[in-house]
Every structure is written in C-alpha cells, then in structure tokens.
Design a protein around this ligand. Structure first.
Ligand code: GLY
Length: 372
C-alpha cells in the first residue's frame, strides 16, 4: 500500500466579506444591487452582457433592475439545466456577444446556477481570447463550489465538463437571500459540497454542519456557514489553482460519486450532483477508515447524516464492475489507475491514494449494508 501523502489544510475561519483569490474576488454581500454596482465600477468595460437561463431571467434578473450600470446591458438567455450545457448553447452565447457588439473590453455577468456560471465563464474566457466576467451564483451548489475557483466549461461527447478552461471570474458575488426560495433537493445538493469542505478543513466546521437544523433553516447561520465554506475552497484554490496538488482535496467523494452519477444517468434515473457526492463520500470515508486510519466514530456520524438527509442510491452487485469501469475512466485519473482523495482525520488529507478492485467492491458492500 502506498504511503499516504498527508496534508493538513487549516483555513483561517473568519467572517468572509472581501477576500481575494488570485484574480478572483469573492464577496458575501449584504445588498446585491449595491455590491454589483461597485464591482462593475471597479472593472473597466465598454458594455455589459448579462447571461441568465430562462428561470433566473424571470426570477432573479428583476432584482438587478435598479443597478444603473446595467441600464444598457445586453441580455442573453439560455435554456436551463445541465442538458443545455453544450456546444450549441455556447455557440449561441458567442453569437449573441458578437452580434450584440461585444468587444474585448466588454464584461459578462453570469446570473444563475452552476450551469450558467460554468458555461458563461467559458464563453467569456474564450470570446476574443478572453473578456472579464462576474459570477452571481443563485444556488447553494454554485455559491460554495461551481462559481468559485475558476473552473469553466461545457459537457461534450457525452462527458461532463469535457471541454473547458481554468479562468477565474473577476468577482464572485454571493447573495444568500436566493437560498430562501431554493427547493429542498437543491439545498441538500449544495450542502453535500459544504459537508465535504467541513471534512477537509476543521472539526469545528464539520461538527457545525452536522448539527445544523436543516428542517428549520436559520438563514443568518446558513449565511455565515456559506462564508466559511467558500473560504475553505478559496484557500485551497489560492494555493493550487490548477489542481496539481492540494486542490485534489476538493475531489473527496467525487471519485465514487461521479460513477454513481453516470450510472444513474445511463439508467435513466438521474440524480443531483450533490446527492451523488454525498453517497460517494460514504464509500470514500469507508476507504479512509480502512486505508488511512480515519476515526470510525466520525465516519459513523457523517454517514448517519447522509443517510437521514439524502436517502440511499440503489444498485446491486451485478453493477459493481460497471461502476468500477466508470471510476477508471474518470478524467482525474492517469493511466487508468483510480486516484482517490482520502482522509486520515477531519482536515488531514491523503492525496493520490490507490486501492485494489476488491477493496472498492468492499466499499460498495459497505454502502449497501449501511445505507439499506
Ligand atoms: N469542484 C472542485 C473544484 O473546483 O476543484
């Protein structure tokens, strides 16, 4: 068994208001129109284009009507959901920019969930070799993960995020008031990435996430936790923007999770990304206990939270080979060797871990026995 390459990641947990990550400024805002107005003021441009999907165009864009800097903005509206995160939609955004008179001094504002921020970021980073953009994430998943960290792209050739670029936004403006109208499933989808940030950072942050009352949400507390969660990601991305090392910590739960997500999609029963990640974390915490000495009680507490809030993912032992093959083809791997991020403890990260087929199948057995 290879020696775990262990890293401790200890972010400073303080209230996030205005910090910088490379070129990217992440702002947990109090007043969206004012914050956007000043972010636009600080980013020289000749014309602004606002990208929304059909939902955020109807529900969120009206909240920006008082932003003076947007008076003459061009509006680009695309279809919602992951099915539209493709080359045809990207082409339509490039065409709208080009036909709308965008120059290399123009600026894009992406208002929406992860699909809008990923695709919009990629459109901006490639149009005229790159124009600046501002992300305003409207879902929890986009706030704590997709919109932060500079990963942009589209799905291609049947593969998720197959084409894209690392291209940080000029600013990411987080307005947690959007979360008040988020449905429960999308809330929990984003919360899985927060749980991941808890596991890779500090016992305090992990424990507060498990203790949070998700049935009767205290939005002020949630806002503070979103701030801490973003800081975890931001700190890691700042250290390793191109994912050569510590950024792989953010892949916890994703190696198995992506296989669950792909299997579910192929079988016509798609699941939300965060649900797949939560279920993937169950398997990867089991592997962490087995291979890296992660404390069993902390695994049990985390697994209980996931079981109670995410339910289970159904599969039988005839699907183990298929799941294993899906994991081998994940783009995070090299030469077909499955690469895991595991934990020695909360905040103690073991990167580049490998294991054998039987052990992975053991993790699937554990999942089915524990999650029922
Ligand atoms: N979503 C993981 C990352 O941004 O690296």
């Amino acid at each position: 068994m290879p020696q775990p390459e262990t890293r401790k990641f200890r972010p400073t947990i303080k209230h996030l208001s205005h910090t910088t990550m490379n070129k990217q400024e992440v702002i947990l805002c109090e007043n969206l129109p004012d914050t956007l107005g000043s972010a636009l003021g600080q980013c020289p441009h000749d014309k602004v284009f606002v990208l929304t999907d059909e939902h955020t165009h109807r529900l969120c864009l009206p909240l920006l009507r008082d932003v003076e800097e947007l008076t003459d903005a061009g509006e680009i509206v695309i279809g919602p959901e992951d099915t539209h995160k493709n080359l045809a939609t990207l082409t339509s955004v490039w065409a709208a920019l080009s036909n709308g008179g965008a120059t290399r001094h123009s600026l894009m504002v992406n208002l929406g969930g992860g699909m809008v921020t990923d695709l919009g970021g990629f459109a901006a980073s490639t149009f005229k070799r790159g124009i600046p953009y501002i992300n305003i994430p409207t879902t929890l998943l986009a706030m704590v993960d997709a919109a932060v960290g500079g990963k942009t792209g589209i799905n291609f050739n049947g593969l998720k995020n197959e084409v894209g670029a690392f291209a940080p936004a000029a600013s990411v403006i987080i307005e947690t008031e959007f979360l008040r109208t988020l449905d429960r499933r999308n809330f929990f989808s984003g919360y899985a990435e927060m749980l991941k940030h808890g596991l890779i950072s500090t016992t305090e942050h992990w424990a507060e996430l498990l203790a949070f009352d998700t049935d009767d949400i205290d939005y002020a507390r949630l806002k503070a936790m979103v701030g801490r969660s973003v800081q975890v990601k931001e700190g890691i991305v700042h250290e390793d923007p191109l994912e050569h090392g510590i950024r792989k910590a953010l892949n916890l739960g994703h190696t198995v999770g992506h296989a669950f997500e792909s299997l579910a999609l192929a079988e016509g029963r798609p699941v939300l990304h965060g649900y797949a990640v939560a279920w993937g974390m169950v398997c990867e915490l089991y592997l962490s206990c087995l291979q890296a000495g992660f404390p069993q009680e902390k695994m049990r507490q985390t697994v209980r939270f996931i079981k109670d809030n995410y339910g289970s993912f159904g599969f039988d032992c005839k699907e183990y080979d298929r799941l294993y093959d899906l994991m081998k083809h994940d783009k995070k791997n090299t030469a077909g060797v499955i690469n895991f991020t595991l934990l020695k403890d909360v905040g103690e990260i073991a990167l580049n871990q490998t294991t054998d087929r039987e052990t992975v199948f053991g993790a699937f057995d554990f999942f089915r026995e524990t999650m029922g």
